[in-house]
Design a protein around this ligand. Structure first.
Ligand code: IMP
Length: 171
């Protein structure tokens, strides 16, 4: 496996993203982060620790991939949020935006719950793979079209625990 982004580089960028998100929502309003399981769990954990006391959080789980490295284009809601979003300032926290199908689905269902505002933060983006135009206000790193694992991202449920992001062998 080749390391693409080491742990230090990721940590430094996550701190910057935390500051960006807080700056986007000036004032004292609560900022409600919606983490997308499972891939977004590590990014979420580091992001909230870099943010101030205005943060609340919840998780949603979707599945867009079978045990393959390419999207089937099908998105399923596996676990819904515990609380409503009406009138809240919401930020979706996702690991990676690839084709954009998963995020488009998530933004649509969350927007329908009438948040005061809805933004999206993705640690990684693969712009060359996009098939739908999706707006992501906060992007950690734009990367090439390589299948990556680590820092929450898996291949067949493995490698999520790596503190860095690596390109899977053979890619
Ligand atoms: P999209 O719907 O094609 O944008 O895919 C988004 C989802 O696919 C992400 O939330 C990831 O779970 C998964 N995914 C996309 N690219 C990768 C990758 O390189 N490694 C691991 N998972 C990926």
């Amino acid at each position: 496996m080749n390391i693409l982004l080491d742990a230090e580089t990721i940590q430094a960028r996550v701190k910057e993203l935390a500051a960006e998100i807080e700056a986007a929502y000036p004032g004292t309003d609560e900022i409600h982060l919606v983490g997308v399981l499972k891939g977004g769990f590590m990014f979420m954990a580091d992001l909230v620790r870099a943010m101030g006391p205005r943060v609340t959080l919840d998780f949603i789980a979707v599945s867009s991939y079978a045990q393959s490295t390419r999207s089937s284009g099908e998105v399923r809601l596996l676990k819904d949020l515990d609380t409503g979003l009406e009138g809240r300032r919401v930020v979706i926290v996702e690991d990676i935006v690839d084709t954009g199908l998963t995020l488009t689905y998530l933004q649509d269902i969350l927007r329908a719950r009438s948040p005061k505002s809805l933004r999206t933060a993705c640690l990684l983006s693969k712009p060359s793979r996009r098939t739908v135009d999706v707006i992501v206000e906060h992007i950690g790193f734009s990367i090439e079209d390589k299948f990556v694992v680590g820092y929450g991202l898996d291949f067949a449920e493995k490698y999520r625990n790596l503190p860095y992001i690596a390109v899977l062998d053979g890619e």
